[in-house]
Design a binder for this molecule. Structure first.
Ligand code: ZN
Length: 205
């Protein structure tokens, strides 16, 4: 199937042709990954007989997929320019990310709130991939709603929740950036990111 047609299933349709051209221009092996990674995407520089490789998770919403794709292409471009001399999310990468985001801003692809979050992310010198919570939250709003899956910060106080591995916790107070949660079986304290995805367990009284 035509590359752009495939990309249109994952990206905002207006963004697909340019990403298709980047794949050709940069001679990049672009993979839509079905692995459930904690990372949204991945870039690997040329190694032995392999060229540039980018993979992006299939289950991202179209805006998150596009931001991740541009993020990874900015790594590729930075690699071409500087090889090992540039830090992964240093100023060189950041400048490229900004530049490579421009055509999508010009096409008005993003909803206002996402655009605002990307712009403030681009202007924050400390920001790196997924560690920017505001950008992550703005992008997450466009995910299809998943039943009973919530982020820790959205749970009511003292809520019970379950992780994918089956362990059950109770939400407790917020400590600076993270939530203290108590594992029910062991009574041990764990710290959770506010955006950790968990299954909310409703308690019947
Ligand atoms: Zn990165």
């Amino acid at each position: 199937m035509d590359k752009v047609k495939v990309l249109e299933k994952y990206l905002p349709a207006d963004a697909a042709p340019l990403i298709g051209r980047w794949i050709d221009y940069f001679k990049c092996e672009f993979k839509i990954s079905r692995n459930r990674n904690s990372k949204f995407g991945d870039y690997r520089p040329p190694h032995l007989e392999k060229g540039h490789r980018i993979s992006v998770n299939f289950d991202l919403n179209p805006y998150a997929f596009l931001v991740t794709t541009v993020h990874e292409f900015a790594h590729l471009h930075t690699w071409n320019q500087h090889k090992h001399k540039a830090k992964p999310h240093g100023t060189e990468w950041k400048d490229n990310f900004k530049k490579m985001m421009q055509p999508f801003f010009e096409k008005d692809i993003f909803p206002m709130d996402v655009k605002r979050a990307i712009v403030s992310y681009l202007n924050n010198p400390a920001a790196s991939s997924c560690s920017d919570l505001d950008l992550y939250r703005a992008l997450r709003k466009y995910d299809a709603p998943k039943e009973s899956v919530h982020t820790v910060e959205k749970l009511p106080p003292k809520a019970l929740f379950k992780l994918k591995d089956g362990r059950v916790f109770r939400k407790d107070e917020k400590l600076r950036k993270r939530y203290k949660c108590i594992e029910v079986s062991s009574k041990r304290v764990y710290l959770f990111s506010p955006v950790a995805e968990v299954e909310h367990l409703e308690e019947k009284n």
